[in-house]
Design a protein. Structure first.
Length: 89
């Protein structure tokens, strides 16, 4: 079971929501098979962290790039987190 709910849009982007009550143990370090652009649509005090870097707060409207095969994770905030993910082919 995934720690989020996801809807795949017509353009193959993914709308993903993490609930504020998600268990911290479910938010694991991982890496993805493709490059991704992640746009923050809604969220309070969630953080993003890449391997060997300090975490930073995700702000609504920001877009972050995650290169394929880069270890990363998110850290739980104070409200639900809603993001849009676009993968590079």
């Amino acid at each position: 079971m995934k720690p989020y709910q996801e809807v795949i849009n017509k353009d193959n982007s993914r709308l993903r929501e993490f609930k504020v009550d998600v268990d911290n143990d479910e938010l694991k370090w991982h890496k993805d098979e493709k490059d991704r652009y992640v746009t923050i649509l809604k969220g309070g005090e969630w953080q993003f962290q890449k391997d060997n870097e300090l975490p930073f707060i995700l702000k609504e409207g920001d877009t972050i790039f995650i290169a394929k095969e880069t270890y990363h994770r998110i850290l739980k905030g104070s409200s639900n987190l809603l993001i849009n993910i676009k993968e590079e082919c």
